[in-house]
Write a protein that binds this ligand. Structure first.
Ligand SMILES: C[S@@+](CC[C@H](N)C(=O)[O-])C[C@H]1O[C@@H](n2cnc3c(N)ncnc32)[C@H](O)[C@@H]1O
Length: 192
């Protein structure tokens, strides 16, 4: 299991080679109109943000965005990427596996999670979405073990259709499972 120090080291190594956002994030954008309640700025949180490739993209859409991760190194990189892109980005260093972790209640119009799974966090994720707000979630499934790279630990791998079960009670707007160069499940859902 990777520790915080392992993640800091990984983030340091890839700092100069940062990929862009997963294109699935952009699929959530049209649904944000449904989340808007007024002229005020939309608020978003990117959970387990790493170096901020999704958080910075959200901020570039004009969303007041918070990047949350437990790697200070990753958050520092995210903040400097946002500055370079001319957008504001707030960061918070938080251990998402601490049972006391609270992301707030109805605080966000857009909640994104990419390439991270900690099942006990899901109730807090669901709670932090504003009614009418959107969650976009994409991560690996069990089938990823067919490939050489990526997580192996079942704790980090979704079962078939599990993402739909985890977000039961939400309106499921887009759902896909794929097993091509990697095995993933991807969901866009709205809190009723
Ligand atoms: C595979 S990376 C994904 C990063 C980003 N979401 C992306 O897709 O580029 C997983 C991230 O989860 C963070 N992470 C792992 N365990 C964590 C924990 N307990 N609390 C907060 N962040 C954690 C790591 O620091 C790392 O940035």
């Amino acid at each position: 299991m990777a520790s915080r120090a392992d993640w800091d080291a990984k983030h340091r190594v890839v700092e100069g080679l940062l990929p862009g956002p997963d294109p699935f994030l952009a699929e959530a954008r049209p649904y944000l109109a449904l989340a808007a309640v007024g002229p005020q700025c939309l608020r978003g949180v990117d959970v387990a943000s790493g170096a901020g490739r999704h958080a910075v993209e959200m901020a570039s859409w004009g969303i007041e965005t918070l990047a949350v991760d437990y790697s200070d190194v990753a958050l520092r990189i995210a903040a400097s990427r946002a500055a370079a892109a001319g957008c504001g980005l707030a960061t918070r260093c938080l251990d998402l596996e601490d049972p006391a972790t609270d992301l707030g209640d109805g605080a966000y119009d857009l909640v994104s999670v990419f390439n991270y799974l900690h099942r006990p966090l899901v109730p807090a994720l669901k709670r932090c979405v504003r009614p009418g707000g959107i969650v976009v979630y994409k991560t690996y499934t069990q089938e990823q073990r067919k490939f050489d790279a990526g997580p192996r630990n079942p704790a980090y791998l979704l079962h078939e259709r599990e993402l739909l079960e985890l977000f039961a009670g939400f309106d499921h707007l887009v759902y896909r499972e794929a097993c091509e160069s990697e095995a993933t499940a991807a969901l866009i859902a709205r809190r009723p």
